[in-house]
Design a protein around this ligand. Structure first.
Ligand code: NDP
Length: 260
């Protein structure tokens, strides 16, 4: 089925690694014009080389989403290079795992600015550009911790729950501008973000997942493409889609594997 994504302009924050990188490549394969930002310039340069090898154009911007002027610069560079913004993905995230009383003011600011403030203002910036071109789709990367919070990650969980709430409200505020707002809720994905914890706690992490494995960034791609497509998801807005491998669907998620 043709998802109708060809020639759409897709801007992805945190698109140089992990989920964002996999999603960036997938949109390029669909014929989209992709733009990504991240803080590390070398990583962006390496991604540009990868895209070029495959014959895909890529706009890269060194930017920290916790800075409003960087978000604006990212959007403006995307429009300058690709002409407009059709799909904006608020994907960059930060975590500071610690018992809640141990978190410093500085750590709190970093997590809230990256996970919540950047989604709020990033969406506003994207909406401004989408209104000019007649509509679009905003996709927020949430987390399973938004549904069932994780002890030791209280603030991270709270910011992701707030992201789900923003997805609902912004879907309504932007509906008459023909902008859909949706979210993706990853479960536990093997990326740099999680590599250290996976190395230490793989069995414990897998024990909550019905499909009996952690996910790879490639497992998330379908959800982003589906939600971005007006052809198949044109009537979907204001929801966040869990892609969690049946994580904690029941109190005994591995039941079907254990009875074999
Ligand atoms: P990775 O660490 O693999 O990649 C993060 C990407 O975001 C990199 O491109 C990084 O580049 C960029 N980034 C990080 N901070 C900033 C910033 N302040 N400004 C701009 N870019 C930034 O992470 P994941 O792919 O695992 O995570 C992506 C999203 O998915 C996050 O929002 C995370 O909360 C969410 N998520 C992840 C899960 C998982 O299990 N991995 C589970 C649930 C949700 P650079 O460092 O160069 O800036």
């Amino acid at each position: 089925m043709n998802l109708g994504l060809g020639h759409k302009v897709v801007a992805i924050t945190g698109g140089s690694a992990g989920i964002g990188k996999a999603v960036a490549m997938a949109f390029a394969e669909e014929g989209c014009l992709v733009s990504v930002c991240g803080r590390n310039q070398e990583r962006l340069a390496a991604l540009s080389v990868e895209f070029r090898k495959n014959g895909y154009p890529l706009c890269t911007v060194t930017a920290d989403v916790s800075e409003q002027k960087d978000l604006e610069r990212f959007a403006e560079a995307t429009v300058q290079q690709h002409g407009r913004i059709d799909i904006w993905i608020n994907n960059a995230g930060a975590i500071e795992p610690a018992p809640f009383e141990m978190l410093t003011f500085e750590q709190w600011d970093k997590v809230v600015k990256t996970n919540l403030k950047a989604v709020y203002f990033g969406s506003a910036i994207a909406a401004k550009h989408m209104r000019i071109s007649g509509g679009g789709v905003i996709i927020n990367t949430s987390s399973f911790t938004s549904l069932v919070p994780t002890a030791g990650k209280a603030l991270y969980s709270a910011t992701k729950a707030a992201v789900n709430s923003l997805t609902q409200t912004l879907a309504i505020e932007l509906a008459s501008d023909k902008i859909r707002v949706v979210g993706v809720i990853p479960g536990y994905v093997h990326t740099e973000f999680t590599a250290a914890n996976i190395a230490k706690n793989r069995d414990m992490l897998v024990s909550s997942i019905g499909l009996n494995r952690l996910s790879e960034p490639s497992d998330l791609i379908g959800a982003y493409l589906f939600l971005a497509s007006d052809v198949v998801a044109g009537y979907i807005s204001g929801i966040s889609l869990p892609v969690t491998g049946a994580k904690l669907c029941t109190q005994n998620p591995l039941w079907s594997w254990q009875k074999k």
